[in-house]
Design a protein around this ligand. Structure first.
Ligand SMILES: Nc1ncnc2c1ncn2[C@@H]1O[C@H](COP(=O)(O)OP(=O)(O)OP(=O)(O)O)[C@@H](O)[C@H]1O
Length: 257
């Protein structure tokens, strides 16, 4: 579904990504894990065709970027990021914000068809915030806003859902509620690609992890093979132990030297 081959990304003489090879297949759900500035968002931007590699190729859903209409491919990719949230209008009612996801518009300037409104309400029901449908987006908590983004991205029935640190800034309660909704995506035919620097966000849904450090992959594959104390030490510079509970990893920091 997504194949990154020999990706290099060089900007202002800085080698931001170096020979990244990743193959994400149908039925897998991936986490890209790494420190601040390691190149995670840049990889997501390449999957969406917003950045192009200096060398190497990107293939998504059988389309090779550079040889296809990227806008058509993007219609099949949901993207949840802070920069998209910032483009939404805080005074719009929640259901309308969700409905705009159907067309990848930011705002409607004409009447919204009744069936689109109905689907938007169903999506809100799915992430358990239907009761907020008529409230302006700006009145919602941070966690509720993230759920609106999730509902909005599901409107266009994406094949791939790309999330860039969706749980950033959430308290424990809000984070767990959001992660529960994300975990539910296992019931659908959507591949999830999720960026984080928090290991405990690797919920049971995720099958694979790519660990990235300074633009290079340290390891990529099934999560239990990749998430070893040695690999994590290399990626984060911290000695730690790792324990699994219900297919979710929890870490204990031993020393930060
Ligand atoms: N177009 C660009 N031009 C110059 N530098 C860039 C460009 N895009 C990314 N970078 C740099 O590449 C590095 C990797 O950035 P990226 O946003 O991909 O990291 P990240 O792993 O997502 O970080 P964080 O976890 O902090 O969000 C950063 O140092 C960033 O400044």
């Amino acid at each position: 579904m997504i194949r990154l081959s020999g990706i290099h990304f060089i900007r202002e003489e800085r080698h931001i990504l170096q020979d990244v090879n990743l193959h994400m297949q149908q039925g897998e759900h991936w986490v890209l894990l790494g420190r601040n500035g390691s190149g995670k968002t840049t990889l997501l931007e390449m999957m969406n065709g917003y950045e192009f590699p200096s060398r190497g190729s990107v293939e998504v859903l059988g389309n090779r970027y550079g040889q296809c209409d990227v806008r058509e491919v993007r219609k099949k990719i949901g993207y949840i990021s802070q920069s998209l949230f910032e483009k939404l209008n805080l005074s719009d009612p929640v259901w309308e914000v969700v409905a705009t996801g159907e067309y990848a518009f930011l705002r409607f300037y004409e009447d919204i068809p009744a069936e689109v409104k109905e689907r938007a309400l169903q999506m809100l029901q799915r992430v358990r915030i239907l009761h907020l449908a008529d409230q302006p987006l700006g009145t919602l908590s941070q966690g509720e806003r993230k759920k609106v983004m999730l509902a909005r991205s599901l409107m266009m029935q994406p094949h791939i859902l790309v999330m860039d640190e969706p749980a950033a800034g959430l308290d424990l309660y809000e984070r767990e509620r959001l992660l529960t909704d994300i975990n539910e995506l296992s019931k659908q035919d959507i591949m999830v690609v999720y960026v984080t620097h928090h290991i405990e966000e690797i919920i049971p849904l995720f099958t694979h992890v790519a660990l990235i450090e300074q633009g290079q992959l340290i390891a990529a594959g099934p999560k239990k093979e990749v998430l070893t104390p040695e690999n994590l030490h290399q990626a984060f510079g911290v000695e730690l132990s790792i324990e699994w509970s219900n297919e979710r990893p929890w870490i204990q920091v031993l020393s930060s030297n």
